[in-house]
Write a protein that binds this ligand. Structure first.
Ligand code: ZN
Length: 247
């Protein structure tokens, strides 16, 4: 059967000498892998369409097993991401997250929109760290492991001095703080931001500008939480950390 889909290349793996297996996240079918025959050859007609982060229209033939790419048209290659090492590193991390948190069988149409929007923002120069926090929360929601960031996870109070508990899975107010001696202290500002991120729709993001220390505080918390709950090790994350150490 022939399929025509709108999608984004989120992973590419060489196959044999000249082929590539590309993983697309599509609007119509969710995640899908297709073989691009000859894509690694110089002058292949698939060269531009099979680059990581390319957004476009893909036509492929599929019976049982892996589909075969027939045709493709790039609608955007996110040039500013490609030209910038840091932006590329963040986009690679988002792609890897999307790949690891989804499987080919479950269809989550809004994730395509999120990925496309996230790449557009990064391409347009919006802080990729902010986009990444929002994207991570979305992925955690998808996987059913999102922490409670709008109220105390124990007594459900919405006001108070919150700390963050990895074990309890979210905010703890000062009255419930005793439940987790290993809770992480967070500033009021960070608690407010987390609450905002939790509710924010990516499509309605304004220009959020955060101080470096605030981002560092958030990053530590996100990393600790993701490590505990997702059990997923991401190669691209390691690279991001190395980049961060350099700056
Ligand atoms: Zn409480």
């Amino acid at each position: 059967m022939l399929y025509k889909v709108e999608g984004i290349v989120i992973k590419t793996v060489p196959y044999g000498e000249s082929n590539l297996i590309i993983t697309l996240y599509t609007k119509e079918l969710g995640k899908i892998g297709v073989m691009a025959r000859g894509a690694k050859k110089p002058k292949s007609r698939f060269t531009s369409i099979t680059q990581l982060f390319t957004y476009g229209i893909f036509v492929f033939q599929k019976g049982r097993g892996l589909g075969t790419l027939q045709q493709g048209e790039a609608l955007s290659s996110f040039r500013h991401i490609r030209e910038d090492l840091v932006k590329t590193a963040y986009a690679a991390y988002l792609s890897e997250l999307l790949d690891r948190f989804t499987s080919e069988d479950d269809m989550k149409p809004d994730l395509f929109g999120w990925m496309k929007q996230a790449l557009e923002y990064i391409n347009h120069g919006i802080d990729p760290e902010v986009i990444t926090f929002l994207f991570e929360i979305k992925m955690m929601k998808t996987a059913g492991i999102v922490p409670e960031l709008s109220r105390c996870v124990s007594c459900h109070r919405k006001e108070g001095d919150f700390s963050f508990s990895i074990r309890e899975g979210g905010f703890l107010c000062e009255r419930c703080a005793y439940k987790d001696p290993y809770r992480l202290k967070i500033s009021k500002g960070v608690a407010r931001l987390l609450n905002m991120f939790y509710h924010l729709d990516l499509a309605r993001l304004g220009n959020v500008s955060l101080k470096k220390e605030t981002k560092r505080e958030l990053r530590m918390l996100f990393d600790a939480y993701m490590e505990e709950y997702s059990g997923v090790f991401l190669k691209s994350k390691k690279f991001l950390k190395q980049l961060d150490d350099l700056t």
